[in-house]
Design a binder for this molecule. Structure first.
Ligand SMILES: Cc1cc2nc3c(=O)[nH]c(=O)nc-3n(C[C@H](O)[C@H](O)[C@H](O)COP(=O)(O)OP(=O)(O)OC[C@H]3O[C@@H](n4cnc5c(N)ncnc54)[C@H](O)[C@@H]3O)c2cc1C
Length: 425
């Protein structure tokens, strides 16, 4: 059985970002690391990416930019991001709205929209240049169990000649479960999960609009649920449209003209006539969080630890702050000569991130629930809230800071970015 100091299960946006954050430590301490990823690796960033109208994207907060700057990756990432200069929050059928602007916060942009495959290809290129990191890919962890000194895993590696998968066993001092909550591994370990269903689906598509988005991200709340249109390259905007379950399937099946007409009726004409829509995808929505995120030799990260409503654009940004805090704690542990999977070390990590996690999960959940409710009294109070928030700068500043990923609980993280002994330096 091959032994690794660290195994990361899932080389998605979170698993790959963690490996980048740990790269200086991996090189310094000569840790043996494996990343097990079920999907084939994306193309390398030095090869041109084929343009795709339908590419999926993610809103990165300003705090996330600071983290990738610290990791030395922002310059390359920024070659293909669209800055969010302003955020416009409105409530359909009511007059109140909030406008947030980068000038009020004295920053170049409140956040950035990036195509996921560009982010993936930059992260994977960064990880390509080290012998200490072994990619087991495409390969799936099929079984996991606790053992003395860490975890044992069984890996299935598909064979090119389509014969049965090759099965190998590995062990690790620290295993990071970053599988997006998509496999049976958490339940094999008996890790519990809280699920709070929104009874909604998110319909995702890229849209071309008659008017330029001018770097404005629109968040619009409707009686059926919130929607967002985020600015993208090449005149496109990325739509996240929350709809009640059942209705989402009907909307997805509309022809392009029918889809655009319905969306126009719900979104309005702030971006002029909606002209083109690409492929549509639908995701069922629930707030999920793992009841245990750490055990001896185990940390749960990313969507496997907490999966949020996408409209507030907080899920990945929170996961990135988590993994930076983990990297910081592992750096401290290595300096103190502690084993990587030491429970006290992992408890230190969780203690540090708990407030940020509960603030961020609470913020996005409350916003979604408050604005998905069309009860007249609540709708009136909400509208009043939006009007007064637009006028009261301290509350608006607080709201903007949450959206920028710089709220209370994670401010510590952003100030730690300046510290020279942090792991990415
Ligand atoms: C529609 C939508 C829009 C969103 N928009 C935003 C946004 O704007 N801003 C934001 O901050 N967040 C956003 N999010 C949330 C964000 O996408 C997630 O937080 C992020 O994708 C979580 O990444 P992850 O690496 O944890 O999981 P994933 O991206 O799911 O990656 C998990 C990886 O693990 C691999 N894997 C799974 N099981 C195994 C196994 N057994 N063995 C090996 N590999 C395995 C998978 O192949 C996959 O590559 C959005 C989410 C959705 C659904």
């Amino acid at each position: 059985m091959k032994h690794y100091d660290l195994v990361i299960i899932g080389g998605g946006m979170v698993g790959a970002s963690l490996a980048c954050a740990l790269r200086p430590l991996i090189d310094q301490y000569r840790w043996k690391v494996a990343i097990v990823e079920a999907n084939p690796l994306p193309v390398r960033s030095d090869e041109p990416l084929q343009p795709s109208y339908d590419a999926r994207s993610t809103a990165l907060s300003y705090g996330t930019r600071l983290i990738y700057e610290q990791l030395g990756l922002w310059q390359q990432l920024s070659e293909r991001v669209t800055p969010i200069k302003h955020i416009h929050v409105s409530d359909r059928g009511h007059f109140g709205f909030i406008r947030m602007s980068h000038t009020e916060m004295d920053v170049e942009a409140l956040g950035y929209v990036i195509e996921n495959r560009w982010l993936g290809s930059v992260l994977h290129a960064e990880l390509a240049g080290t012998d200490q990191i072994e990619w087991l890919c495409p390969a799936s962890v099929t079984e996991i169990r606790a053992a003395v000194g860490g975890m044992h895993m069984q890996i299935a590696l598909p064979q090119a000649d389509e014969q049965d998968d090759k099965v190998v066993e590995i062990s690790a001092g620290l295993t990071v479960l970053a599988d997006g909550g998509r496999s049976s591994l958490a339940s094999q370990l008996g890790l519990g999960e809280h699920v709070s269903d929104y009874d909604q689906c998110a319909v995702i598509a890229n849209i071309t609009t008659a008017k330029s988005h001018q770097g404005v991200a629109y968040e619009r709340f409707t009686d059926q649920g919130p929607m967002a249109l985020l600015p993208l390259e090449q005149g496109r905007s990325a739509l996240i449209w929350t709809l009640p379950e059942g209705l989402a399937d009907d909307v997805i099946e509309l022809d392009d003209a029918g889809f655009l007409a319905l969306l126009q009726e719900r979104f309005g004409y702030r971006l002029g006539r909606l002209q083109r829509v690409g492929e549509r995808f639908s995701y069922p929505l629930a707030l999920k969080w793992a009841t245990e995120q750490i055990r001896p030799g185990l940390v749960v990260l990313g969507n496997a630890a907490h999966s949020l409503h996408p409209v507030a654009g907080q899920g990945f940004n929170l996961a990135l702050r988590d993994l930076m805090a983990l990297a910081q704690v592992l750096a401290e542990g290595a300096a103190e000569d502690q084993p990587l999977g030491d429970l006290r070390l992992l408890q230190r990590y969780l203690k540090q991130q708990q407030q940020d996690q509960s603030n961020t999960v609470g913020f996005s959940d409350q916003v979604v629930r408050l604005f998905s409710n069309d009860q007249p009294l609540l709708a009136g109070m909400r509208n009043l809230g939006l009007v007064s928030m637009d006028m009261a700068s301290p509350i608006k500043r607080w709201f903007t800071e949450q959206a920028m990923g710089l709220g209370i609980g994670n401010r510590q993280q952003s100030s730690a970015l300046d510290s020279s002994d942090s792991p990415g330096k």
